[in-house]
Design a protein. Structure first.
Length: 144
């Protein structure tokens, strides 16, 4: 019975977290550094490239010298067949940024973390979610 109650609580938390996640208002790549440690959605024009220094794929938003990049660990590219088609497109990357070489960086480990901006429903919500959301989990492993 205790196990069943535990599963029910997780299901309710997941359902309640979906609207919070969807309510993220995108921020610019330049604002990512002022949102370190918060669950955010960052929008910009994607440049998809291999990183010459790390075994990964990088998605720069608004150019390689902007304030933000998405990091896709080696091997995770297979989970994202649409990756090449995102190059040059306006995309939204969702996650919790940390600082890497004076830029905000989000690890993209789930295909739902990177989407065409036009495919995301605008809800006019908060540009970030607080720590209470991150403790409660959500549909995005990087923000959970």
């Amino acid at each position: 019975m205790k196990h069943l109650l535990s599963l029910s609580a997780v299901a309710v938390a997941a359902v309640m977290a979906v609207p919070a996640y969807a309510a993220l208002t995108p921020i610019t790549p330049a604002r990512s550094l002022s949102n370190i440690g918060q669950c955010v959605a960052v929008e910009g024009i994607a440049t998809v490239r291999r990183d010459p220094q790390r075994p990964c794929t990088i998605v720069d938003l608004d150019g390689p010298k902007s304030g933000f990049l998405g990091f896709i660990p080696m091997g995770n590219e297979r989970q994202m067949p649409q990756l090449a088609s995102l190059d040059g497109q306006r995309v939204r990357i969702t996650g919790v940024p940390h600082v890497y070489l004076a830029r905000g960086e989000v690890w993209i480990v789930n295909p739902a973390q990177i989407q065409l901006a036009s495919d995301v429903t605008a809800t006019g919500g908060s540009p970030r979610l607080g720590p209470e959301y991150m403790r409660g989990g959500g549909p995005n492993a990087a923000c959970g």
